[in-house]
Structures are given as structure tokens and as C-alpha cells.
Design a protein around this ligand. Structure first.
Ligand code: PGA
Length: 255
């Protein structure tokens, strides 16, 4: 059965104390989860040790990282390897986020290397894709996202795909308060699933978890998650408050 996931992407927000309080607030009211209803919390690196300790006794709540190095180890000042992340208790890593692609010029080749590192260290990957506004306005989003999948995701085989979820995040919806409509989200998620099916077959596509991200919040999560091909969300701004994040988790739990 396809896994549903709500993942918090804190981005570069919260100091260590604020992060601890947020996780405490979430855990205090977290509904019961299951093998197919999971929560991932991806704070920045400095929080990881503390958050790992906080999550230790909670089932189906996983620690995530927002990035990992392309390299295994060595003289790469400022980098953090996938094996280091694994050693601190990280289970998921976000790769291909539009902010990394854009602000840090991460190419498809870089994303492939990062995914190789993550997978070879036993991490699950949340692979992000999504088009900028000008592509949406030109109604070229399907081709654009298909090319992103071909260039990075399709370098992996069907077995490796079992450890990868996709997050569709239209760039024009990230942090803007402008969410994709349920129709836009469903159409793109169905397209992504059909592209995966064309390459790997129907069974692999049917099992693929495809998250929506981009101004997903407590008010719109239930409606978005009700779409047949939307399997949860990758949440930025609304993951920084326990109440709104919990409401989104609740929407996923009820699917
Ligand atoms: P947002 O960010 O929820 O703040 O739009 C989502 C993301 O970039 O993962």
C-alpha cells in the first residue's frame, strides 16, 4: 500500500531552543501514525542530534535532513555526508529542492550524486521537482517536470525507487501563499505517476509516494490530500508552528 507522508521542511529557520520547543509541541499532540502514515521532520543540521533524541521513542516519526554532500568523506569544508546523517539518526533527506537548484546552482548531475550517496547509506530520498511561473504561464509544466525526472530520478533502478518519494513543488507556490489548485495538483501528480509508469511499469508507479509542496497549510491540506494522486505534503512555512503542522498531519492521517 502506498505510503502517505507529511514532511516538515524547516529551511533555515529556528534556533536550537526554538526547534526543541516546536518538536515538543508537535509530539505532545501527535496522532497515532502507522507504517503507511508517516511524519518526517527535517530541521537544519545543527538541530539533528537534539531532534533525534526527542523522536527516539516515537514510532513512524522520522528525522530528515535538508541536504547532503555529493561526496562520501574527505576535504570538503562545510559539507555533511550522508553517512554522517545516518549516524545521527537521519532516515530521510530532501534532494533537488528548488531553493538548492536555484540559489546553490545544483545541477541534475549534482542531484544524482547526492541521491547516490543517500541511497548507498540507507537513507530515503524526497526528490523535489516543479516548474517556475513562466513555464506554468506557457502551459509547459508537464514537459518541464518530465525532463527533471528523466535527468535525475530516472538514473536509478526500480529497486532504488522504493527508497525515493517525489515532492511536486511548483516554484510559484513556494512561500508565496499562492497554492496550486486541487485540479492543478492532481493533474501534475497524475502526470508524474504516468511518467514513472512509462519508465518503470504500473506497479512501481502505483507504489510511488508523491507529495505536494507549496503554501500547503492547515486550511488547504485536507482538500489537496483528498486528490487521488496526492499522497501528503512537504511543508515549509506551516511546519514552523505546532498547531498548523499538526492540523496538516491530521489531514494526512484521515486519508
Ligand atoms: P512553503 O514551502 O510550504 O513555505 O511554501 C514548501 C517547500 O519549499 O518545501
Amino acid at each position: 500500500m502506498r505510503k502517505k507522508i507529511v514532511a516538515a521542511n524547516w529551511k533555515m529557520n529556528l534556533n536550537v531552543e526554538e526547534g526543541k520547543n516546536l518538536v515538543d509541541g508537535i509530539l505532545a499532540s501527535l496522532p497515532a501514525l502507522s507504517e503507511t502514515r508517516k511524519v518526517v521532520i527535517a530541521p537544519s543540521f545543527v538541530h539533528l542530534g537534539q531532534t533525534a533524541a526527542q523522536l527516539e521513542e516515537y514510532d513512524h516519526v522520522y528525522l530528515g535532513a535538508q541536504n547532503c554532500s555529493t561526496e562520501a568523506s574527505g576535504a570538503y569544508t562545510g559539507e555533511v555526508s550522508a553517512s554522517m546523517l545516518k549516524s545521527v539518526g537521519v532516515a530521510y533527506v530532501i534532494i533537488g529542492h528548488s531553493e538548492r537548484r536555484g540559489y546553490y546552482s545544483e545541477t541534475d548531475e549534482v542531484l544524482v550524486k547526492k541521491m547516490q550517496q543517500a541511497l548507498s547509506n540507507g537513507l530515503q530520498v524526497i526528490f523535489c521537482c516543479g516548474e517556475p511561473l513562466e513555464v506554468r504561464d506557457a502551459d509547459k509544466q508537464n514537459d518541464f517536470v518530465e525532463k527533471q525526472l528523466e535527468a535525475a530520478l530516472f538514473q536509478f533502478d526500480a529497486e532504488q525507487l522504493k527508497s525515493i518519494s517525489i515532492a511536486y513543488e511548483p516554484i510559484w507556490a513556494i512561500g508565496t501563499g499562492r497554492t496550486a489548485s486541487t485540479q492543478q495538483a492532481q493533474d501534475m501528480h497524475a502526470h508524474i505517476r504516468s511518467v514513472v509508469a512509462k519508465k518503470y511499469g504500473e506497479a512501481v508507479a502505483a507504489d510511488m509516494t508523491i507529495l505536494y509542496g507549496g503554501s500547503c497549510n492547515a486550511a488547504n491540506a485536507a482538500e489537496l490530500f483528498a486528490c487521488a494522486d496526492v499522497d501528503g505534503g512537504l511543508i515549509g512555512g506551516a511546519s514552523l508552528k505546532a498547531d498548523s503542522f499538526l492540523a496538516i498531519v491530521e489531514a494526512m492521517k484521515n486519508l
